[in-house]
Design a binder for this molecule. Structure first.
Ligand code: AHR
Length: 326
């Protein structure tokens, strides 16, 4: 009997030590976070996914459930429903396109699960169903691209304000927030330049392969292209290939503008083949963890959490390249 009691006491102490040391969790509640990502269409997206996964994995008080929608809205809707069924504490959500998520966001709201948007938002009408959005100002990115072009054309003496400046546009995924907003922002900037014309505009789905294919088609149809405005660097890099294959010099015969600030774009700028990239940081993980920690601590989150970003061209890209993280 004594031996039995002793064994039991040892077991209890061992269990206690295991709980305190082996499974040590920091003070505070442990939260389960469901993350619905849209896919892996670009270098940017991969960096974004890794940033979020690393940031949550570094904090043992969080468990991240990751779901890759592979560019299908129905997969995202299924993922959110499964997060609701699993009673996660919070849903982290990047919307593939702006529309079509109202009902599922309503379901999350009814279940009392807050939804924090990261990178891409939903349409205005559904924004009351999510708690906040963190990421870049895509309209501003388009405006920065147009402002840079205005300065550059002036600097190289190519724009007399009268002769047409022909611009082709490679749009991102149709209906997505960055495609809509980057188009709007650039169009805002164009208002000051009545001689700038968007002569062709088509989606390249944010991928290098489609960017190349669409640019090939543009070049076949039209030799008078002064500027390419690509909604991301991946498409710009594909288009650079197409321009070279057409016997033209990217960065010289055609001014190339991209968005994101991926390493490939920096290398292309240093090589003189891309003229500028407007930064859009995918390194959103630490910001996401901080916001969700604040939420768990009962703090009120702001309605918009902005990311601070820069712009890189021949004047500063080479110096910044060695420290680029994506
Ligand atoms: O939503 C951000 C955009 O999506 C990035 O600019 C693009 O590269 C990505 O695929």
């Amino acid at each position: 009997m004594r031996k039995w009691k002793m064994a039991l006491a040892i077991l209890v102490v061992a269990a206690l030590v295991f709980t305190m040391v082996g499974c040590a969790k920091p003070a505070g509640k442990n939260w389960v976070v469901g993350f619905s990502q849209i896919g892996s269409e670009s270098e940017w997206r991969t960096a974004d996914t890794i940033s979020v996964q690393n940031a949550f994995n570094e904090d043992p008080s969080f468990t991240l459930i990751y779901s890759d929608a592979q560019q299908k809205q129905e997969n995202q809707i299924k993922a959110v429903r499964s997060f609701i069924a699993r009673k996660v504490n919070v849903i982290l959500f990047t919307a593939l396109v702006e529309t079509g998520y109202g009902p599922v966001l309503q379901e999350a709201k009814q279940a009392g699960i807050p939804v924090v948007m990261i990178d891409r938002d939903v349409q205005e009408a559904d924004r009351g169903l999510r708690l906040t959005i963190m990421g870049s100002d895509f309209v501003k990115e388009g405006e920065k691209a147009a402002a840079w072009l205005g300065d550059y054309l002036k600097k190289i003496g190519k724009d007399d304000g009268k002769k047409a400046i022909n611009i082709v546009e490679l749009q991102g995924t149709t209906g997505s927030a960055p495609a809509i907003d980057r188009k709007t922002g650039f169009a805002n900037g164009m208002k000051d330049h009545p001689n700038w014309k968007i002569t062709r505009s088509q989606t390249g789905n944010f991928t290098t392969a489609e960017g190349k294919a669409v640019m090939e088609a543009f070049l076949k149809a039209d030799k008078k292209i002064d500027v390419l405005y690509a909604h991301n660097d991946g498409m710009a890099l594909g288009a650079i290939q197409a321009i070279k294959e057409a016997g033209l010099k990217p960065g010289k015969d055609i001014i190339v503008i991209g968005v994101d600030g991926v390493k490939g774009a920096f290398q292309a700028i240093v090589a003189g083949e891309q003229n500028v990239t407007v930064e859009c940081s995918p390194l959103l993980g630490p910001q996401a963890v901080q916001a969700i920690r604040d939420l768990r601590d009962g703090k009120k989150l702001p309605g918009r959490i902005w990311t601070i970003e820069s712009i890189f061209d021949a004047s500063n890209a080479a110096a910044a390249l060695p420290t680029r993280q994506y």
